[in-house]
Ligand binder design. Sequence first.
Ligand SMILES: NC(=O)c1ccc[n+]([C@@H]2O[C@H](COP(=O)([O-])OP(=O)(O)OC[C@H]3O[C@@H](n4cnc5c(N)ncnc54)[C@H](OP(=O)(O)O)[C@@H]3O)[C@@H](O)[C@H]2O)c1
Length: 137
Amino acid sequence: MKIIVTGCKGQLGTEILKQLREGRSEIGPIPEKLLNATVIAVDLPDLDISNYKMVDEFIRRNRPDVIINCAAYTNVDGCEVNHDAAFKANALGPRNLAQAAEKTGARLVHVSTDYVFSGRENGTAEASRTSSTSDTD
Ligand SMILES: NC(=O)c1ccc[n+]([C@@H]2O[C@H](COP(=O)([O-])OP(=O)(O)OC[C@H]3O[C@@H](n4cnc5c(N)ncnc54)[C@H](OP(=O)(O)O)[C@@H]3O)[C@@H](O)[C@H]2O)c1
């Protein structure tokens, strides 16, 4: 099995790589097929997930079975003012990965946050309406 971990230098990426390397997570050993996987760890500037051409070429060239997306623009206050940068990394990036995954038959694991929801709904799902601080306060 071949796994690509994007945003590998971040907090989540570092932890995922550690678990794949050590063969265990907090809840116990990881499955053997993951333990023996070929792992390709990548981050900026080698792979900018907001760049469709770069993503398409990278995924076609490496042909992963699984892509674990740990890349994101996570500066919450920065996202409130730098809408374009936030949209590129957090919306276009996952879209690019999803399209590349679909084309090559890879599975995409995308980790996100509940910080984009207002918290007023009784539970949230992927399709729940997002709401910025300025919409809710
Ligand atoms: N850490 C947590 O406890 C936690 C909890 C819940 C959810 N999450 C979610 O997990 C994901 C990762 O969070 P994190 O805490 O690991 O964030 P992080 O530490 O900020 O790491 C994100 C990584 O992505 C890279 N990156 C940014 N823009 C990119 C782009 N366009 N293309 C490729 N790489 C890019 C960053 O590089 P630069 O540093 O150079 O910008 C950084 O290495 C986020 O979606 C976050 O919401 C994390």
